[in-house]
Design a protein around this ligand. Structure first.
Ligand code: DSN
Length: 430
């Protein structure tokens, strides 16, 4: 029988069809289970989300919106997308939401496109002080298309300098002010941003990608209803599949929808939208809310353990799911610290800290988050133990043998909280 006549390949297991990729999926599942995942923007999504994302919906084109598509055969995916929309609306209380953005960056692009013209002025947080590359970095589309001005944190306490925000807003008269960060360990005062935006006649956008799960659970104040546009990813604290979402006022609904499609994207990823629906469904449960509060409690416990062990933290602590270790007074760089923690079985990322004198490829900081490990079931006791491991790994005298011993301790903690029972292949169960 020729290949063209053999339809069986359609239904075979990946291990039979492509052992190379299958082996890599299994290796990644092992890596995720055997190390302590503390990258602040990562999380573990559920088997149910993996199933949705690995489903036949990947086969479907559905340009347009539910009930208004450019393709036939959309009667099922229409219902899927509507479920995601309804759940996002219930969860965040937004007037309108578009669940199609492929990523957080695209969600931000769509938000800008909905309310700005190229060349318009925007005020946002500097990347070096905790912002994001889509908040006006010169080499990013945002910095190339729009005239971004940047606000900062105060040197004395590393909190957002709202006096500077107001001053810059008065000077530059931006069309848009952006609040939201990817490396800021403190609560963001959305009403204060709103007041400044109103004073200068700007719209307010909040990028809540990092804190969306906390917002969903009431563990961080919500920007929805305060900002004109709120963007988020689905995969950070929110815990869903990779992707983005834009919420906005009714007034901006059609501008946002048109910016997403046909402005920026073609066909939406319907399998991912199904995963978003599942994740948003999880987020509506009391258990989810409890876990999000635990994320914050875990981060506070970790911060306390690190501080007690003499490790310095940017702003002296945390109110949310992440903290920033400040290595600026030590010989160790952020890059060194990332490698040391990798060797000790803990995955984090080097991160610039405010007023960092080292370059972005080296940095003086480490960003550490508790969302993923909280999803895995770890609590304050484990966080205190992890704090001790991190402090020992960053100690000036830590040797390769010490790091290897710390790795055994990290592995032992992970072993007490098995990840994805039955998903050793790295693919969904069932
Ligand atoms: N790269 C993400 C983060 O790590 O925070 C933001 O897009």
């Amino acid at each position: 029988m020729s290949f063209a006549d053999d339809q069986s390949y359609l239904s075979k297991d990946i291990a039979d069809v492509d052992p190379d990729v299958a082996a890599l999926l299994a290796a990644e599942a092992r890596r995720q289970g055997e190390t302590l995942e503390m990258i602040a923007s990562e999380n573990f999504t559920s088997n149910a989300v993996l199933q949705a994302v690995g489903s036949v919906l990947t086969n479907k084109y559905a340009e347009g919106l539910p009930g208004r598509r450019y393709y036939g055969g959309c009667e099922v995916v229409d219902q899927v997308e509507q479920l995601a929309i309804d759940r996002a609306t219930e969860l965040f209380g937004c007037a309108h939401v578009n669940v199609q953005p492929h990523s957080g960056a695209t969600a931000n692009e769509a938000a800008y496109m909905a309310v700005l013209k190229p060349g318009d002025r925007v005020l946002a947080m500097a990347l070096a002080h905790g912002g994001h590359l889509t908040h006006g970095l010169k080499v990013n589309f945002s910095g190339r298309l729009y005239e971004f001005h940047q606000y900062h944190v105060r040197r004395e306490d590393c909190r957002i300098d709202m006096d500077e925000v107001r001053e810059l807003a008065r000077q530059t008269r931006p069309a848009l002010i952006v609040a939201g960060a990817s490396a800021y360990p403190r609560v963001i005062d959305f009403p204060a941003f709103r007041a400044i935006a109103d004073e200068v006649g700007a719209r307010l956008m909040v990028d809540m990608a990092h804190i969306a799960g906390l917002v969903a659970a009431g563990a961080h104040p919500s920007p929805v209803g305060i900002a004109d546009i709120t963007t988020t990813t689905i995969h950070k604290t929110l815990g869903g599949p990779r992707g983005g979402m834009v919420m906005c006022t009714e007034e901006l609904a059609s501008a946002v929808d048109r910016a997403v499609f046909p402005g920026l994207q073609g066909g939406p990823l319907m399998h991912v939208i199904a995963g978003k629906a599942v994740a948003l469904g999880h987020a509506l449960t009391p258990e989810y809310r409890q876990r999000q509060h635990q994320v914050v409690a875990n981060c506070a416990a970790l911060a306390e353990a690190l501080t007690d062990a003499g490790v310095s933290l940017v702003s002296g602590g945390t109110d949310n799911h992440l903290l920033l270790i400040d290595l600026s007074a030590t010989e160790l760089t952020g890059a060194d610290g990332e490698t040391r923690l990798d060797d000790a079985g803990i995955t984090v990322n080097k991160n610039g800290i405010p007023f960092d004198e080292r370059p972005p490829t080296v940095t003086s900081g480490l960003r550490v988050g508790t969302a993923a490990l909280t999803t895995r079931g770890l609590r304050e006791d484990e966080m205190r133990e992890i704090g001790a491991i991190i402090a020992a790994a960053l100690a000036p005298q830590a040797s390769a043998d010490d790091l290897a011993a710390l790795r055994v301790r990290s592995r032992a903690i992970g072993d007490r909280f098995p990840l994805y029972a039955g998903v050793e292949s790295g693919t969904p169960v069932g």
